[in-house]
Design a protein around this ligand. Structure first.
Ligand SMILES: CC(C)(COP(=O)(O)OP(=O)(O)OC[C@H]1O[C@@H](n2cnc3c(N)ncnc32)[C@H](O)[C@@H]1OP(=O)(O)O)[C@@H](O)C(=O)NCCC(=O)NCCS
Length: 158
């Protein structure tokens, strides 16, 4: 997909983003990405919530938090029929540029350990698996933590 327009989420986008997360990221889990939490992220200065739309519909989103020594990618989701067209990569790169612009040298994230597609996606983008976080998603599900140093990411454009 050629250069999608990536925008900050608007008031009213949180329910759509929460639905994408429940269906594609958090299936079978107690949802952590509630509408309320997403809306709080949208309003906080140390978070950004970005979206891609098709018409009026949100088809992809990324949420990044700026922490003390690293940025944390909280959520990245692309709706089913839009997957494998480069949207995930472009949203990830947008989040990395924001992290660099905030002066942060590293991006960290967690992925469900059974999410082979997600793990392959991040690895194809230079992320390395740095460990397992036991029971991160509840009593029965671990996370794989991944990280990438951002020193080579250009940050002088959005
Ligand atoms: C993982 C996800 C964000 C990737 O976004 P996407 O737009 O589909 O991915 P892209 O088109 O940008 O893929 C870029 C590259 O990543 C790799 N990749 C992406 N999805 C992959 C998959 N399911 N399996 C293996 N490799 C994959 C490929 O190398 C791909 O390049 P190619 O299509 O030329 O082979 C998206 O598929 C998604 O939302 N999945 C469900 C939710 C999820 O798993 N989120 C991430 C973990 S929280």
């Amino acid at each position: 997909m050629a250069s999608p327009e990536i925008h900050d989420a608007r008031k009213g986008d949180a329910p759509s983003i929460a639905r994408l997360s429940r269906r594609l990221v958090e299936a079978g889990l107690t949802p952590a990405w509630t509408e309320q939490r997403i809306e709080r992220c949208r309003q906080r200065e140390d978070s950004r919530v970005l979206v891609v739309r098709h018409g009026s519909q949100v088809i992809a989103s990324v949420i990044v938090d700026f922490e003390d020594s690293a940025a944390h990618l909280g959520l990245l989701v692309v709706d089913g029929v839009w997957q494998r067209r480069g949207l995930g990569r472009q949203l990830l790169e947008a989040a990395e540029r924001l992290a660099r612009a905030a002066g942060l040298p590293r991006m960290v994230l967690e992925v469900r350990d059974g999410n082979a597609g997600g793990r392959a996606f991040y690895q194809s983008h230079g992320y390395q698996e740095t460990g397992v976080v036991a029971r991160y998603y509840g009593p029965t599900e671990n996370a794989i933590r991944l990280a990438r140093e951002l020193k080579d990411v250009a940050f002088n454009h959005s």
